[in-house]
Ligand binder design. Structure first.
Ligand SMILES: N[C@@H](CCC(=O)N[C@@H](CS)C(=O)NCC(=O)O)C(=O)O
Length: 254
């Protein structure tokens, strides 16, 4: 039995949904409302001590960290294989998954939190903020929520994030420039799964970044992606609009 704790619009959750759907796996869905701080409920923290989504529970054992979860899915259910058969191909794939964790998502969270978390958190009184921060289990996330609630991001942080997003889009474009169709060439892999929520989030938040033919190979890759049934299922989960614009409307901050 598989249970997925996830966020509708969460990029890391989309990675895991995509891997599950590519394998044709059924799972029980437990949506976690991040803006309501459900990720810090004591019962959830027992599954994911970092207080973030996603968490996958398989046969009673909880797994955390989206990249580790998608690797687990690929190893636990062999067909269709989402990792190349040769060590060199696997290493090339892990360069992408490592980059996604250490650079791509670290950058795209800046406009994401500015657009969604900040409008919600900035309304909290000092007392409410203290109460909420007391439940955040890691110092890193406590600081993220505190900053979102108060001063927000600096100009320098916005510029650094934009530079990192452009760098990542350029790397993707170079990798796909030979015609792809996927990041490792003919083999569709966890590298594609790790990177596509990042690109989709940029189109959602900063469409100008990829407008006018900039990163044309990436745009073509995304168009190919949208034809995959697993993409539709993961990015429009149970028919719901999982883009940030929809979440902002639901929160009354659009
Ligand atoms: N490295 C973690 C990052 C998880 C993460 O940051 N999840 C975000 C949603 S994409 C989250 O739960 N944010 C809520 C919060 O930080 O309180 C992973 O890949 O699973």
């Amino acid at each position: 039995m598989i249970t997925l704790y996830h966020g509708l619009a969460s990029t890391c959750s989309k990675k895991v949904r995509l891997a599950l759907y590519e394998k044709g796996l059924e799972f029980e869905s437990r949506l976690v409302n991040l803006q309501a701080f459900e990720q810090h409920d004591p019962a959830y923290l027992k599954l994911n001590p970092n207080g973030v989504v996603p968490t996958l529970v398989h046969d009673g054992r909880a797994l955390i960290e989206s990249t580790i979860i998608i690797e687990y899915i690929d190893e636990a259910w062999l067909e269709p294989a989402l990792s190349p058969p040769d060590p060199h191909g696997r290493a090339a794939m892990r360069i992408w998954t490592k980059w996604s964790d250490e650079h791509a998502y670290q950058a795209v969270y800046v406009p994401t939190w500015d657009r969604v978390s900040r409008p919600v958190a900035s309304k909290w009184s000092d007392d409410e903020l203290d109460r909420r921060l007391a439940r955040v289990p890691t110092a890193e996330r406590r600081e993220r929520w505190r900053a979102a609630a108060r001063e927000g991001f600096s100009e320098d942080e916005f510029w650094a994030a934009a530079a990192e997003m452009h760098l990542t889009l350029g790397k993707l474009d170079d990798a796909l420039a030979g015609g792809g169709p996927w990041l490792l060439g003919g083999f569709y892999s966890l590298a594609d799964i790790a990177m596509v929520p990042f690109v989709d989030r940029i189109i959602d938040l900063e469409p100008d970044m990829v407008a006018g033919g900039a990163y044309g190979a990436v745009t073509d890759w995304l168009a190919r992606y949208r034809d995959r049934p697993a993409f539709e299922a993961a990015f429009f989960f149970e028919g719901k609009d999982c883009r940030l614009a929809a979440i902002r409307r639901a929160l009354g901050i659009a």
